[in-house]
Design a protein around this ligand. Structure first.
Ligand SMILES: [Zn+2]
Length: 329
């Protein structure tokens, strides 16, 4: 009987401990769960907050477009750079068949680029690797003009007022932007001071309007860069001639451009280190007239394949051949 009592009391003690431990665990559990619940509350509050922030932005598609644009930008590895010379009816041009594109063909070329989702960016945007102006799903390209020909930028007089000729390159580009507002008319003019006969000539040929044209270009989204003063073959002339050409150009043209950029006349790359050092001293970047060893489209500036002093361009003639062959294929 005594033994039985001992067992019962032992059982009671054990039961008491179990209940105690259980209640402690329970307390602990409640403490933990309340912390957890608090965290969950703040977690949900955060979600709410995020929702509020998102709903503050007028259009939720805007967020989607940012993400898409980032992806879009990463997908773009190479950028085509178009090289034009004269924009004129071929019969009226002194630049020959190869280098003259008719105004109607130029419009056609802009249209085919636009229909294939290409949007112009400026040369600065390209060199800053800034593709923010390129909408989602679109691709960037660059328009450049060499030799400052009369068909690139031409004024006409109308009722005693000066007007940009609607058939010159700038006139066509402006009109194209008016018609298709997401196509921003941006282009670069590599200018020199010589005409097609090899004589000194102010850029774009209408000498009396040169100061007006220069100030227009400086204020506009179009920009001007160096094509040397006298358009020599760099590999055929002395280093000093190269130097004088650049110095004379710098004397005649003063701009506030972010970069110093050269387009080699005839796409002729310097043939020795002394001349290359002159180019490197005076310019941050230089554009060729053809492909470089990586092909026709330029790689982006941060790519290992980007060549700072031989950026390739695609020559555009009076047809759609090179656009289809090197860009759209
Ligand atoms: Zn040239």
């Amino acid at each position: 009987m005594k033994k039985k009592l001992l067992y019962i009391s032992l059982l009671i003690i054990i039961l008491y401990f179990i209940t105690y431990i259980h209640s402690e665990t329970k307390r602990e559990y409640y403490n933990l769960s309340s912390i957890f619940l608090n965290q969950r509350t703040s977690y949900f509050q955060n979600i709410k907050l995020r929702k509020i922030q998102i709903s503050n932005i007028p259009d939720n598609n805007f967020i989607k477009s940012i993400n898409l644009k980032d992806n879009n930008q990463n997908q773009i590895k190479r950028i085509p750079i178009l090289m034009y010379h004269e924009i004129k009816i071929p019969e009226e041009s002194s630049y020959g068949e190869r280098y003259t594109v008719s105004p109607s063909m130029f419009k056609k070329q802009l249209k085919i680029m636009y229909k294939n989702n290409y949007i112009p960016i400026s040369i600065e945007e390209f060199l800053n690797d800034n593709l923010n102006s390129v909408p989602s799903g679109k691709k960037p390209f660059i328009i450049t003009f060499d030799n400052a020909t009369s068909g690139q930028f031409h004024f006409i007089k109308q009722n005693n007022n000066l007007k940009i000729d609607p058939n010159c390159a700038i006139g066509i580009l402006n009109k194209f932007e008016n018609k298709y507002p997401d196509f921003k008319a941006k282009a670069t003019f590599f200018i020199d001071f010589i005409n097609s006969k090899g004589l000194f000539q102010l850029p774009f040929q209408q000498d009396q309007y040169w100061p007006k044209k220069l100030s227009f270009l400086k204020k506009s989204k179009y920009n001007i860069y160096c094509h040397t003063c006298f358009h020599n073959f760099i590999s055929k002339v002395k280093r000093k001639t190269v130097l004088n050409n650049i110095r004379l150009y710098n004397y005649l043209i003063k701009t506030n451009n972010q970069y110093k950029i050269l387009a080699y006349p005839y796409g002729d790359i310097p043939d020795n280190d002394k001349k290359i050092n002159v180019i490197k001293k005076y310019f941050d970047f230089a554009f060729g007239a053809f492909s470089n060893k990586y092909g026709h489209k330029s790689y982006r500036i941060h790519s290992k394949k980007f060549i700072k002093y031989n950026i390739p361009r695609i020559e555009i003639n009076n047809n759609l051949k090179n656009i289809k062959k090197y860009i759209l294929k």
